[in-house]
Write a protein that binds this ligand. Structure first.
Ligand code: NCD
Ligand code: ZN
Length: 365
């Protein structure tokens, strides 16, 4: 049995308020615990989005009643709420800015709208950027100009990880996260068919999109540049994913650890030349670094126990997420979460959730 600290997932779409048919604070925190995650940071692109005191309270009230693991809630940057969100900073996980194609209403296209947020949001809390490619480069320039930390969400491209590496070498305050689906899946292409490709169509839709094998290899090769693993758990129902207009997003809380542990065991994904992933990397990038970057408290008497030798197939039917599917259906993995102890209480054991709704704590309170 492998004993690890409880994992922290800094990027989770809870869907409550507003879209509880996809997920809510109850189901998402059950999925988290089943995945060995004891703390989640919730994204603000709900319905309504979380962008002021009233909407923050909507999310936090629901979380207080329903959450079974610990949490904090992000605020969303809008065109005219820089003063409001700055005043709420100590009640939130941080500020999220959507600068590129996404799901929901929180998108800031014009760079003049970024400026007040970079000026006003307290520098001891990170601004998280959903920014891809050249927009990401602009975001890093903003971090340099305003001399403040930014955290780049879900890095997926070679050009992105290389630019972040260069920016870090210059001392710019940039950190980043990578999602398992960008480490283990590539975009569908006829030229390079392999088992890792997700079939084209609704289910493959995700932002950032799945990238090429070359991009995936670059992420593995630059494992040292990656500060955090984050799931970007973005549940949409199977019916929605298979519809005419499929929303982007994958669930990920319950597949994060088995995928990583399988990679620890098998070496880098595919034919990548990256260095081996170690258990220490998993602890560093899923516990220590997120805690440091987002200034999160330690969770006393909290750990998870994993059966390293357990081999099994990932099945949506075994998951707690409400969305009813996983892009990793049928994948053979090694490493099963057996037990989760959260603040002294067994919260999950042998497939069963053992703590009640409301056990989870807001770590910003
Ligand atoms: C996210 C969602 O569904 O909320 N989707 C996604 O593909 N990652 C939105 C986002 O993070 O852009
Ligand atoms: Zn997201």
């Amino acid at each position: 049995m492998l004993k690890l600290p409880g994992l922290i997932d800094p990027h989770v779409h809870v869907r409550e308020p507003g879209q509880t048919h996809k997920e809510d604070w109850d189901s998402v925190t059950q999925a988290a615990l089943a995945g060995g995650v004891t703390m989640i940071l919730a994204m603000p692109n709900t319905k309504p989005p979380i962008f002021d005191k009233a909407t923050l309270n909507l999310a936090l009230d629901a979380a207080k009643q329903k959450a079974r693991c610990d949490y904090a809630q992000f605020l969303g940057a809008g065109p005219d709420n820089a003063d409001k969100v700055a005043a709420l900073a100590n009640k939130a996980a941080g500020l999220k800015m959507y600068l590129d194609s996404t799901f929901g209403e929180l998108r800031l296209d014009d760079m003049t709208l970024w400026m007040p947020h970079f000026e006003k949001f307290p520098k001891d809390f990170p601004i998280v950027l959903h920014s891809e490619s050249r927009t990401m480069a602009a975001g890093i320039l903003f971090a340099a100009i305003y001399d403040r930390p930014v955290h780049i969400a879900h890095v997926s491209l070679k050009e992105e990880i290389l630019l972040i590496k260069a920016a870090k070498e210059k001392g710019i305050k940039v950190t980043c996260e990578v999602c398992p689906h960008h480490l283990f899946l590539t975009k569908p292409s006829r030229a390079e068919r392999s088992g890792s490709e997700v079939e084209a169509g609704g289910r493959a839709e995700v932002r950032p999109r799945l990238a090429t094998k070359e991009d995936v290899d670059a992420l593995w090769q630059n494992m040292d540049v990656i500060d955090c693993f984050a799931t970007d758990h973005a549940p949409h129902t199977l019916k929605e994913k298979d519809s005419e207009n499929p929303p982007p997003g994958f669930p990920g809380l319950e597949t994060l650890l088995p995928l990583l542990l399988t990679a620890v065991d098998d070496g880098p994904f595919g034919a990548a030349q990256g260095r081996l992933l170690t258990i220490d990397d998993v602890i560093q990038k899923s516990v220590i670094n997120p805690r440091k970057i987002f200034k999160l408290p330690e969770q006393p008497e909290t750990w998870i126990e994993v059966d390293e030798a357990a081999e099994y197939e990932i099945k949506a039917a075994d998951q707690f997420t409400r969305c009813g599917w996983t892009p990793f259906e049928g994948w053979k993995v090694k490493g099963k979460v057996r037990k989760v102890v959260l603040r002294g209480k067994t919260a999950f054991e042998d497939g069963k959730i053992l703590v009640k709704q409301g056990y989870g704590r807001n770590v910003r309170q």
